[in-house]
Design a protein around this ligand. Structure first.
Ligand SMILES: [Zn+2]
Length: 181
């Protein structure tokens, strides 16, 4: 949703990706539910409290909605864990951290989503894998991290799980892809 900033901690560093609000407005008008699924290590590193990190994420969602001029989001799922976290409370090899599909499966259950009719868009390999393992069609938004390697995980991953359903270079292209279905 935003330009990638390593360990985002400040509102001033937030830069929303071009045409994101256009794409989400389109998706909403098509009847899609919109859910945000994010790994956040700033908490496990002790850089922000959980409350501060949550507020920062909510601020991003509010900013996108204000650009669109309407309510867009149906859910926000955050994994604050890390297997090598600085803070002991968050140092677990959890089921929610992407590339594991835990947050997507939880969202599907809580919001009654049909995963086979859903799409998951992300800019990293961990997003593609999480989407594939959850059984949704994945779209890799190409950017500086889309070819990056995986962070450490206990998850066993097959080569086929690393392949996105489609690749796109912009949100405008994603609209075209989904409209053509
Ligand atoms: Zn987690």
């Amino acid at each position: 949703m935003i330009e990638d900033v390593h360990l985002l901690c400040r509102r001033d560093d937030i830069s929303i990706l071009s045409s994101l609000e256009k794409f989400l407005s389109w998706a909403k008008s098509e009847g899609y539910k919109i859910v945000v699924v994010t790994n956040q290590t700033v908490v496990s590193r002790g850089l922000l409290s959980y409350k501060e990190m949550n507020e920062l994420n909510q601020f991003i969602l509010d900013s996108v909605e204000s650009l669109a001029g309407k309510k867009l989001f149906d859910g926000l799922y955050i994994c604050p864990h890390h297997p090598e976290a600085t803070l002991k409370d968050y140092r677990i090899d959890c089921e929610c951290r992407k590339p594991k599909p835990g947050m997507l499966l939880k969202a599907a259950k809580e919001l009654n989503l049909d995963l086979s009719k859903s799409f998951f868009i992300g800019d990293r390999l961990s997003d593609v894998i999480a989407g594939n393992l959850a059984g949704v069609r994945t779209i890799l938004l190409e950017g500086k991290f889309s070819e990056s390697t995986l962070i450490k995980s206990s998850l066993k991953i097959e080569e086929k799980d690393k392949l996105p359903w489609k690749r796109a270079s912009s949100f405008v292209e994603i609209i075209k892809t989904l409209e053509a279905l």
